[in-house]
Design a binder for this molecule. Structure first.
Ligand code: ATP
Ligand code: MG
Length: 141
């Protein structure tokens, strides 16, 4: 089985119904929840995680948003976990998601291109790195 890091971002955690719907969606799609926890980032955690986007026009609002309130982080296991979770999320940009991939999580629940409900690792390598970032206490033997 493959592991991925899935994060429900502050916009979605703020709404109990959306958090519940997303949790159900994870279970319905045959993911095994290996670990899950609520986490609140300081601004510097946000800056460190999104360092690759430093200088982009949305960087400030992104780091601000990601440290604005609690998130729910999951280590998920499944066959093709990385691509499956990304497929369920849909495209980053909310209007693209709504037009091109209407049933996806970001299409249904995304508010803006930044407040887009979920994060998912984009490769096995980033999954390893991001799992270590969110769950330093978890180590794969
Ligand atoms: P994530 O990494 O959160 O899964 P992603 O891989 O689809 O999203 P990235 O390009 O890595 O997208 O961007 C990281 C995050 O930065 C996005 O999820 C979104 O919150 C924000 N973001 C990306 N592009 C834009 C944009 N054009 N305008 C506003 N915010 C953006
Ligand atoms: Mg990304």
């Amino acid at each position: 089985l493959q592991l991925t890091l899935a994060v429900i971002k502050p916009d979605a955690v703020a709404h109990p119904l959306i958090l519940e719907a997303l949790h159900q969606k994870i279970l319905e799609n045959k993911f095994i929840i290996v670990k899950s926890k609520e986490i609140v980032w300081q601004r510097q955690d946000s800056e460190r995680f999104y360092a690759e986007h430093k200088g982009r026009f949305f960087y400030q609002r992104l780091v601000e948003f990601m440290s604005s309130g609690p998130m729910q982080a999951y280590i998920l296991a499944r066959e093709e976990a990385v691509s499956q979770w990304r497929m369920m999320m849909g495209p980053t940009k909310v209007f693209r998601a709504r037009y091109v991939a209407p049933g996806t999580i970001r299409a249904r629940f995304g508010l803006t291109d930044t407040r887009n409900t979920t994060h998912g690792s984009d490769s096995e390598d980033s999954a390893r790195r991001e799992i270590a970032f969110f769950f330093p206490e978890f180590s794969v033997a």
